[in-house]
Design a protein around this ligand. Structure first.
Ligand code: SAH
Ligand code: SF4
Length: 376
């Protein structure tokens, strides 16, 4: 059975006999329309309506014949995620709680930044799974456990919702500039859909995101890392968070099953383009991994992996969590040890603290309010 037919079958199973056309990559759309006896250029036209003009019904696609639109109406639909909640932080960070067709909920966050010309540019943080199986002890998503992978339409649907919200309709001058796969879930454990999504993002005439505007963050999954590296479809960020195996086992039990030493060796042979670097993400947890000894161990790691840099993230505290944010003094002392060793570490300001903007926090607080859980 061909790939496209499998995908169509999946989408068909999901809803009463109709296909969510957003589930298909451009190649799959071409194959599907060819099966219907339609010429190839129809797929390109439809693609542009779906992803560039963000059409939510076939009826607005006026350059397609009425007969073709009627055929589409019969066997397909355009299924966007539904916005359950929107929260805007005092710093502009905007978080959406989205409801998927089976009522599962996921989060996506828009983070503003101001460019040299004073225009606001946005970065979107995307989810790839409902929940996560990796069980990192500091992460709200990790404590929820794993429910399922998100599909092509569900992952990209987050971008449609955000562009619609931002009125981002000029492909030549996009307001939504960058995408980071740092929301709920482990992207490399949903690699098949992640790769289809990255291919779709890169298509002309649609969302038009080149790999240079996309970062995939992972806690480190061997097979997925090899596949992502071979694809060259995004920058790579590694959630390191602990500079030695024992501490990593304590705070990231799932990820640490793959020994740190092996992860670092794989990163050293990861294919990188000119001037491209691997980013290490290091979440500073007060009194856990933010001491001078950990900083010195981190220096050794960054020096051991060619072409790498480091982002320090200050922990955003979550109700019921055993962790605390580090004190400012400790953050600065930690950063100084890295700087003294010649490492340019950037402290990533934690945006949207007042709206639970860290991964999984909004869903966790929604569940708490709705009384579905007591201990998140
Ligand atoms: N699973 C992937 C993708 C993103 S995870 C990964 O682990 O890289 C979400 C990101 O949010 C991780 O970098 C994690 O460190 C960060 N995060 C989770 N909980 C947080 C919190 N309470 N405060 C700040 N960052 C947090
Ligand atoms: Fe999963 Fe990433 Fe959260 Fe760890 S930090 S539980 S890998 S989403």
């Amino acid at each position: 059975m061909s790939e496209s037919i499998q995908t169509v079958d999946f989408a068909r199973r999901a809803t009463d006999g109709k296909v969510n056309v957003l589930e298909l990559t451009l190649d799959e759309l071409k194959a599907w329309l060819a099966d219907m006896g339609e010429p190839k250029f129809r797929a390109v036209q439809l693609w542009q309506w779906l992803w560039q003009y963000m059409a939510q019904s076939f009826s607005v696609m006026t350059n397609l014949s009425k007969a073709f639109r009627a055929r589409l109406e019969e066997c397909a639909y355009i299924g966007w995620p539904h916005i359950d909640r929107t929260q805007v932080s005092s710093d502009g960070t905007t978080k959406f709680l989205l409801r998927l067709a089976d009522n599962e909920r996921i989060e996506t966050v828009l983070i503003p930044s101001v460019s040299k010309s004073d225009n606001v540019r946005w970065t979107q943080c995307l989810s790839t799974q409902v929940g996560c199986a990796m069980g990192c002890t500091f992460c709200s998503t990790g404590t929820m456990g794993f429910t399922r992978n998100m599909s092509h339409a569900e992952i990209l649907g987050q971008i449609l919702v955000a562009r619609d919200y931002l009125h981002d309709t000029r492909p030549q001058w996009p307001v939504l500039r960058n995408l980071v796969f740092m929301g709920m879930g482990e992207p490399l454990l949903n690699y098949r859909n992640l790769e289809r999504v990255l291919v779709s993002l890169n298509e002309n005439g649609g969302l038009n995101f080149s790999p240079r505007r996309i970062t995939v963050s992972t806690c480190g999954i061997r097979k997925g890392l090899e596949e992502l590296g071979a694809s060259g479809l995004a920058f790579l960020a590694i959630s390191l968070h602990a500079p030695n195996q024992a501490l990593r086992e304590r705070i990231m039990p799932g990820a640490a099953k793959w020994p740190l030493e092996d992860l670092l060796a794989t990163l050293n042979s990861y294919p990188l383009k000119t001037r491209e670097r691997i980013t290490f993400e290091y979440l500073l947890l007060g009194g856990v991994n933010d001491g001078p000894e950990e900083a010195r161990q981190l220096v050794r790691i960054v020096h051991s992996v060619r072409k790498s840099k480091i982002n320090l993230i200050v922990y955003n505290s979550t109700p019921g969590s055993p962790y605390q944010a580090p004190s400012e003094d400790r953050v600065l002392a930690f950063e100084k040890i890295l700087w003294d060793a010649g490492i340019t570490a950037v402290i990533r300001k934690s945006k949207g603290r007042d709206i639970d903007a860290a991964c999984g926090q909004l869903k966790a607080s929604a569940l708490r309010e709705e009384g579905q859980t007591e201990d998140l």
